[in-house]
Design a protein around this ligand. Sequence first.
Ligand code: SF4
Length: 193
Amino acid sequence: MKLIPTNGNGKFAGLNPELNRRNFLRAAGLGGLGAGLYALSGPSLLKEVEAQGKGEPQAPKLEQHKSICGNCAVGCGFIGEVQNGVWVSQEPWFEHPINQGSLCSKGAAVRDHVVSEKRLRYPMKLEGGKWKRLSWDTALTEISAKLLALRKQHGPDILQINFSAHYSNENGFAIRKFAGMWGTNNADFQARI
Ligand code: SF4
């Protein structure tokens, strides 16, 4: 069984700072004492300990999922580790033909796309030096009105659309359609820029 220390929210809580060499040796000594007591008292003591163990909560299973970093066009592989539905850590994917387990600093921090407290989760607008949250309807209405005003003033080439090197064919198709409908050829993806 693999024991994973958690902080009560199912997240990794780090190693116990109290478990230094001295404490470990003391605990190991008590373990030896327990084995000696069992030898003296017979199987009844062992049954009691087993019964206690069955009622204890088990650490949630750690699942491993192979995935691809989406931060650039190289497409490095890594193994994401998920516990209780939460992406808790990552491990190298040594057999991956592109990166053979290595990751650049962006790939090493790829989990932050999901768990970072700085992640943008809804539209925000800077007003009077302060950020305020907008609904998606309000944000889309304001952005489209601004785009149409710029287009009227400067023409369709005022817009440059850049999209991710890891967009799917369908994403790329939809963006090219939007650029064509808008009237510009200024659409390209990150891998070529
Ligand atoms: S780990 Fe670095 S080089 Fe590899 S895909 Fe991600 S960003 Fe690109």
